[in-house]
Write a protein that binds this ligand. Structure first.
Ligand code: ADP
Length: 227
């Protein structure tokens, strides 16, 4: 896809909406990196020391990690060379403070911003998150109800037979994460909608269809921009 300015695409959606899967697919199609704050924080949480411990405890209860930690993480990651032509954000921003912080950063660095909302009703979300598991080796996401690997027990992408699941994907924590989403993150959608930066896709379609819809929406936004 042709575009002049470096492009920042934010994929937004509640836990279980498929935004992680769609961000990975988009990253592959557009050949720009995907930045998942959840993945980065989970990685940091594995370390020793008070910061890792703090992040571990926040993730375990379904709350939001502090804006300062996220700000440092985003500034540092966006400065990497692979982000110079564009990037996809998955899981950031999650509240208005993060959105305004990111807005200034992108303005400074001259990125064009596009925000995609993946819409899925609440009852589907809980089932999706409860069934979610991933390849231990390459991180490809599967679902025991909706999206098993083609060969049972073997990852489609890398052939590994070891799988794992996220410890925050249990019903109690999911409800907490949904609550955080509804109170903190829904206002971010409104913020982008008011600025005409938001487009929505129906996340209940198949993964392929959602991917196609996202590509179409991005192409349309970029064409409109040239006129
Ligand atoms: P999901 O969208 O499925 O809830 P993520 O992998 O995006 O999962 O995030 C997992 C957890 O990491 C969140 O519940 C939260 O505790 C923390 N986290 C991720 N991104 C942010 C962020 N931008 N601000 C604060 N906390 C975050």
């Amino acid at each position: 896809m042709e575009h002049k300015l470096p492009l920042a695409v934010i994929i937004m959606g509640p836990p279980g909406s498929g935004k992680g899967t769609q961000s990975s697919r988009l990253s592959a199609s557009m050949n720009i990196p995907k930045i998942s704050t959840g993945d980065i924080l989970r990685q940091v949480s594995l370390g020793d020391g008070p910061k890792s411990e703090y992040i571990r405890s926040v993730i375990a209860t379904g709350g939001l990690v502090s804006d300062n930690i996220l700000a440092d993480l985003i500034v540092s990651r966006l400065s990497d060379l692979d982000c110079k032509d564009g990037f996809i954000l998955d899981g950031y921003p999650r509240n208005i403070q993060q959105a305004t912080f990111l807005g200034e950063l992108l303005l400074d660095r001259n990125y064009k911003l596009l925000v995609i909302e993946v819409i899925v009703p609440d009852d589907t979300l809980i089932k999706r998150v409860k069934g979610r598991y991933l390849c231990k080796n390459c991180g490809t996401i599967y679902n025991k109800y909706f999206a098993k690997p083609q060969k049972d027990g073997i990852c489609d992408k890398c052939g590994s037979s070891e799988f794992t699941y996220r410890s925050d994907d249990n019903e109690l924590v999911i409800k907490e994460r949904l609550k955080e989403y509804n109170t903190q993150t829904i206002p971010v959608l409104d913020y982008y909608r008011q600025r005409n930066l938001l487009v929505s896709v129906n996340g209940e379609k198949t993964s392929d269809e959602v991917h196609e819809d996202i590509l179409r929406q991005i192409a349309r936004a970029l064409v409109n921009d040239c006129n």
